[in-house]
Ligand binder design. Structure first.
Ligand code: GDP
Ligand code: IMO
Ligand code: MG
Length: 428
């Protein structure tokens, strides 16, 4: 039996989807433990592009079982759309996709609130995906969330929804000037009753299921969404998502003991990107940032929302910080192929903050505006490396870049990804 947590070490979009799909080969079960359809995990298989927002990225392997854990917030509309898309590719999820009874549901008023707060001139703009993630997690913590089990046991559903809808209606009218129409309220009740019926065959006790599988020596991947710097506790608060992408949450988000986690692997992009607002010390606002965004096979536009990603140099204090919090000793380096034809590449080795060296991203957020990246420069390479399949064949300058990242982050890179396809991968 072996278990693995896959976690992003930056601001999301590191390539977790590609690597989860790749490593799924050697695992039996792939479980998502947090986030919702704010995620966009891309898997490219024989030029077919799949973007998974809720389905675990192992789902393309027809013999693997996938679980959406209790820690996820689930928008049924998005889920069933994703399942339908897969069916168009003749990929069936029957008997191999399960959802925990305790998983919280995203309802239309969560999306309405998220959108309204983002547009409200008196509220702080986070640049969220407007998919209702924050409001759904807020309701979970306020103990007024609706869960998969509530949608299945319909006898009390109408009463539960009435209670919440009254509260939401009051809040939205008073604070954001939005009326929930009678028609909308009626539609929500009808639609979610229907979703309950559709979810029932998929719903299980995820924790019990995993315990049974572990006893049968099955191998499990816990797939994180977002990244450590978007973690609500450890990220660049308040410019974060509303859940904990960090590896420790794999246990809470799937209902298993920490004693069952064998290994954590960090997915790290060869440069840094972020979508939405918030601090980004190594951001490039010039033509080099533009070049990073437009280079390579896949443009740096967000898989979930299509927004352009902000780009910048590799930030070792960020990754070192993420590696500490997640217990990462081993990383997968993705998208290094994007640097082909860059004459010089910079790596941020440390920050200078008020005349002191900082090798980790600062825990005191008030220091972040003072962080001045200290860069080391390496030579770029001319060759296209996307068809290289062995480490030895990489240009020396690319190897030098990889070694520098290992040195500055004090961890090993065991896999190098040189393109979006499953096959564009170098195992070291
Ligand atoms: P995730 O959210 O961490 O799963 O990452 P996304 O799927 O949002 O973003 C990663 C993007 O880069 C996707 O378009 C992938 O297809 C693509 N990608 C993944 N690995 C590589 C790589 O090594 N090289 C290149 N050029 N693209 C990659
Ligand atoms: P994956 O799993 C990149 C960002 C949003 C915004 C902030 C809060 O594909 O790596 P939210 O809608 O979660 O309340 O938005 O978090 N964000 C992501 N950025 N990749 C993601 O997921 C993200 N999920 C959320 O852009 O800045
Ligand atoms: Mg993504």
């Amino acid at each position: 039996m072996s278990t693995l947590v896959i976690v992003g070490t930056q601001w999301g979009d590191e390539g977790k989807g590609k690597i989860t799909d790749l490593l799924s080969e050697n695992y039996d079960i792939i479980a998502r433990y947090q986030g919702g359809n704010n995620a966009g995990h891309t898997v490219v298989l024989n030029k077919n592009v799949f973007i998974f927002q809720l389905l675990p990225s192992g789902i393309l392997h027809k013999d693997k079982v996938c679980l959406i854990g209790n820690g996820v917030v689930l928008d049924p509309e998005v889920l069933f759309q994703e399942i339908e898309n897969l069916q168009k590719h003749n990929i069936d999820i029957k008997e191999r996709l399960f959802i925990d009874y305790k998983t919280h549901i995203i309802l239309p008023y969560h999306k309405i609130t998220d959108e309204a707060l983002e547009e409200d001139k008196d509220s702080r703009k986070i640049g969220t995906t407007k998919s209702g993630i924050g409001p759904a997690y807020a309701d979970k913590l306020s103990r007024i969330g609706i869960r998969v089990c509530d949608l299945i046991h319909t006898e009390n559903l109408s009463q539960k929804l009435d209670m919440v809808l009254n509260q939401k209606s009051d809040y939205l009218t008073k604070n954001l000037g939005i009326e929930l129409s009678k028609n909308l309220v009626r539609d929500i009740k009808e639609k979610y009753l229907q979703y309950g019926k559709m979810l029932e065959p998929l719903a299980i006790d995820g924790s019990l299921f995993l315990e049974e599988q572990i006893k049968k020596n099955k191998n499990i991947i816990f797939e994180g969404a977002q990244g450590t710097m978007l973690d609500v506790d450890h990220g660049t608060y308040p410019y974060v998502t509303s859940s904990n992408p960090v590896a420790g949450n794999a246990c809470t988000g799937c209902g298993i003991s920490p004693l069952y986690i064998d290994k954590v692997i960090g997915i790290t992009k060869a440069y840094a990107t972020r979508v939405g607002e918030g601090p980004f010390p190594t951001e490039l606002l010039d033509s080099l940032g533009q070049k990073m965004r437009e280079q390579g096979y896949e443009y740096e536009y967000d898989a979930a929302t299509g927004r352009p990603r902000r780009c910048g140099w590799f930030d070792a204090p960020v990754v070192k910080y993420a590696n500490r919090i997640n217990g990462i000793k081993e990383m997968v380096l993705t998208k290094i192929d994007v640097f082909s034809s860059f004459k010089k590449i910079k790596i941020c080795r440390e920050y200078r903050i008020k005349d002191q060296s900082h090798y980790y991203f600062p825990g005191d957020s008030e220091l972040i505006p003072f962080a001045e990246p200290v860069y080391e420069e390496v030579e770029g390479w001319e060759e296209d490396i996307s068809n290289i399949r062995s480490y030895q064949e990489l240009p020396d300058k690319a190897k030098e870049y990889i070694l520098k990242i290992e040195q500055f982050t004090e961890s090993k890179i065991s896999i190098v990804s040189v393109g979006p396809e499953r096959t564009q991968t170098i195992f070291r």
